[in-house]
Design a binder for this molecule. Sequence first.
Ligand code: UT7
Length: 330
Amino acid sequence: MSQKITAAITAIGGFVPEDKLTNADLEKMVDTNDEWIKTRTGVEERRILKGTGKATSDLCIPAVLELCKKRNLDPLEIDCLIVATVTPDMYFPATANIVCDKIGAKNAWGYDMSAACCGFLYALTTGAMYIESGRYKKIIIVGSDKMSAIVDYSDRSTCVIFGDGAGAVLLEPNYEGFGILDSILKSDGSGKNYLHMKGGGSLKPASYETVANKDHYIFQEGQTVFKYAVSRMADVSAELMEKNNLKSEDIAWLVPHQANKRIIDATAKRMGLSNEKVMINIHRYGNTTAATIPLCLCDWESQLKKGDNLVLAAFGGGFTWGATWVKWGY
Ligand code: UT7
């Protein structure tokens, strides 16, 4: 009888650039203040990747190399690498291809996944299915965004939120029931009206006009996105718990996308979880889009125990949202 294969996370790595952009720095750039940013979002500082010639792949690479070192993994062993990002180095080739080349993962194939803040969950679920199929043994999922490349630092409604970073996990087959056990993923493209980047795509290729109109920056109707995020992220997390008969007391950690502390609190409340069970690092990194969830896992790695039930939950541009149940495997 063949054993059921699950995809376990067997190593993680993370990277944030050194340069900090604090609320005090932003007070000098736009009409805002530390108190507003902290109470409305929870962010205190974010990391920014500075320097010409630096891109999202430069965030991914240290995260992936850290993971390889921890697991004693030779990049030649990697079967596939997926990068979840909305800020790829270039339109094409995929950032995944660039990362594989630079780390010497010569036997890997890979691609980029575009699902904004839910990108890591989409990619994690996809990668897990490749492992479950029995076809691949080592898949790396990276969530990485250089949000500073698409933030308008004269727009106070968006520039206070976002930061740069990357996190990566290794998925390997497990035969004891650890790993990615279930995911509920959703999307609603009508949400594009409230959160998007107008220019640079095939709809509005770059031109003098798109640059003059600031079409290459994030557009967000914050309040509308907030309302959707609060209800959708809480609903899908509750749905995942119900589907898998998980009670609040069964869950060791909620690992939420870090978009706004108030959205996180609403989700935790709906799931019946106390603050001590919620990973929150938004104050240190802001919203790093696809990187928030793996960066939380990195920050909490030493506190995770084998067998812990984790619920990963996210909501973002698309709209895309979802929740994933992970039984921690080490
Ligand atoms: O990660 C992907 C998905 N994204 C999200 O989940 C983000 C969801 N949205 C949010 O987190 C919040 O909507 C924001 C943090 C973006 C904004 O917070 P808000 O409580 O929804 O504020 P608001 O847009 O309703 O603005 C309230 C007031 C306005 O002033 P008036 O019109 O009441 O006088 C804004 O102009 O706050 C003002 N404001 C600011 N004031 C100081 C907006 N941004 C700032 C700022 N500093 N940075």
